[in-house]
Design a protein around this ligand. Structure first.
Ligand SMILES: Nc1ncnc2c1ncn2[C@@H]1O[C@H](COP(=O)(O)OP(=O)(O)OP(=O)(O)O)[C@@H](O)[C@H]1O
Length: 85
């Protein structure tokens, strides 16, 4: 996977979001996890989040993980889980 420090994409609400890698947090079986600064290009809001990314060819595994995590959205142990394309 090509390593880039800044990525733009659409969040699940169709909002354009730019994320900049701050530091590497680790990697697992399906992708890499970075502490990233997310910027909403419309509102100008920023937040820090752990962002997992992977090569497109491996994205089915991350989508499966997202599907499982969404079943626990009401859990107080999951802060928020969202997707960006
Ligand atoms: N929210 C988070 N905050 C801080 N570090 C995180 C966070 N999520 C993941 N990490 C770090 O990134 C690493 C990789 O996470 P990831 O979820 O991809 O894999 P894993 O669950 O550890 O392993 P596997 O996918 O192989 O079962 C973790 O081991 C952890 O060190």
């Amino acid at each position: 996977m090509t390593d880039v420090s800044m990525v733009s994409g659409l969040d699940s609400d169709g909002i354009v979001v730019e994320w900049t890698k701050v530091k590497n947090l680790g990697s697992g079986s399906y992708g890499q996890v970075h502490l990233a600064k997310l910027s909403n290009l419309i509102s100008g809001d920023h937040l820090l989040a752990a962002v997992k990314s992977c090569a497109y060819s491996r994205s089915a595994s991350i989508q499966k993980e997202l599907h499982i995590l969404r079943q626990f959205e009401d859990s107080n142990r999951i802060v928020e889980c969202s997707v960006m394309w």
